[in-house]
Design a protein around this ligand. Sequence first.
Ligand code: PLP
Length: 449
Amino acid sequence: MTSNQELIDRGLRTVWHPCTQMKDHERVPPIPVRRGDGVWLEDFDGNRYIDAISSWWVNLFGHANPYINTALRNQAKQLEHVILAGCTHEPVVRLSEQLAAITPGNLKRCFYAENGSAAIEIALKMSFQYWKNNGQTGKTRFVNLENSYHGETIGALSVGDVSIFKDTFEPLLLKPYTVPSPDAYCREPGESAEEYALRRAGDLARTLEEHAHQICAVIIEPLVQCAGGMRMHHPAYLMKLRELCDIHDVHLIADECAVGFGRTGTMFACEQADITPDFMCLAKGLTAGYLPLSAVVTSDRIYQAFYDEYDSLKGFLHSHSYTGNPLCCAVALATLELFEEHDAIEQNKALSSFMAQATERFEDHPHVSDVRQTGMIVAIEMVQDKASKTPYPWQERRGMRVYEYAIQNQALLRPLGNVVYFMPPYVITPEEIQLLCDVAWEGISRATN
Ligand SMILES: *Cc1c(COP(=O)(O)O)cnc(C)c1O
C-alpha cells in the first residue's frame, strides 16, 4: 500500500508542478490524491477534502462521475482517436451541432484544440487572418483589459495582464492596447457597478476611436476576471463593448474558458448582456473536468472569409495533434446531457442563493473588504484595512495561510493572493457549502490575526 509520504517523496524527485515555486513544497507538500468521488478528494491516508475550486475550475458534476465514466468507456471501445484533418467522426459532428445550438446568436462553426490557451491563440490568429484575407493588413494589434487572464502560451499571455505571470516574459510578448477594467471593486464610493462599467466603457471608446484601424479584436473575460482575483463587472460593459466593436469594425473575442457552462448562472456569461461575440473560446467545463478539450465557436461570416480556392492561401492552416479527439468530444457530449438531466442551470440558482446566504456573515469580518458573487462563484477579499481597502502586501502570502488551515480541515481552497473564493462543482450540497464557509471563516480569522 502506498502512503501519503511515500508518494510525496517519489513525486518530488521527478514531477515539476505547474504554477508552483517548487521550494514551497519543502514546507507544504502536495496533497497526494488517491481517488475522487463527487465533490470529495481522498488521499492515501484516508483524509478527505472538499474540492472547493473544482480542480482549477474545470469540474462540474463531481469526480468519477458514473455517467461520464460510462460515456468515456463506450467511446474508448469504438474509436479513441483519429486525425481530424481529412477525417471526421460522430462525436465531433454531434458536439459541433450541440455547441452551435447552445451558444448565442449566429455562432455556428467550431474549431477545436486541447486547452484554453490554445483556443485563445486560435481566436487571435483567426481574427488577424480574417482582416488579412479581407485586405486589411494594417490590423495587427489587440485590445485587452487590465487584470485580465487568457492563458500561458506566448500569445495568450500577451493579451493577459496579471503581472505575476506576465512580467518575467515581457520582452517576448505582443503589445496590446490595455484599457482599464470595469471591475466593480474599483468603483468610487457612491458609484454603482453599472455606472462604473459605463465609465470604463468610455475609456474603451476612446482607445477604439484612436486606434481601430490597427485593431483586430478586443478580448475579454465576460462578467468575471477569474485568475485576476475573481473580480466582477456589470453586464452593461459587455453591451457597450459589443456596440463599440460594431461601430469600429473590430472583433469581439469572449473568453468563456472559465465562465462558460453555467458558472455565472447562465449557460454562457455573454447571455446576461444578450450579446453575441465574434469568437467564443470554450475550455475547462466543456468536458466537466475530465479531459483536455477546447473550442473556438465563430460565425459563418468569419468562416466565409477563409473559404476559397487552395492557392488563395486564405485557409486557416492551424492544427494540434489531438484536435477534436473523439474521447474528449464524447465526454463533452455526456456533460451536455448531464446539464439537461440535472436541470443544472435551474438547480444552480438554489445553490448560489444558498452560497449568498452562507457567506453573508463575511461582510462583517474586520479583515474582509468585499464579498462578491456571480452565480456559482463567491469571492472574499481579505484586506489589512477594511475602511481604506488597503491590501496585505503580497509577500506576506496570507492566502497561503488560509490554504494550509483549510487542508487540515477537509477543504481544498486555493486563494488567489488575498482572495479566498469558492467555485465548487455543481453537485455540492448545502451542508458541504456550510462546511466550506466555516473552514474559510476560521482560516481567514487566523490568517489575518
Ligand atoms: C484557464 C483559462 C485560460 C487558459 O486555459 P488553459 O486550459 O489553462 O490553457 C484562458 N482563459 C481563461 C479566462 C482561463 O480561466
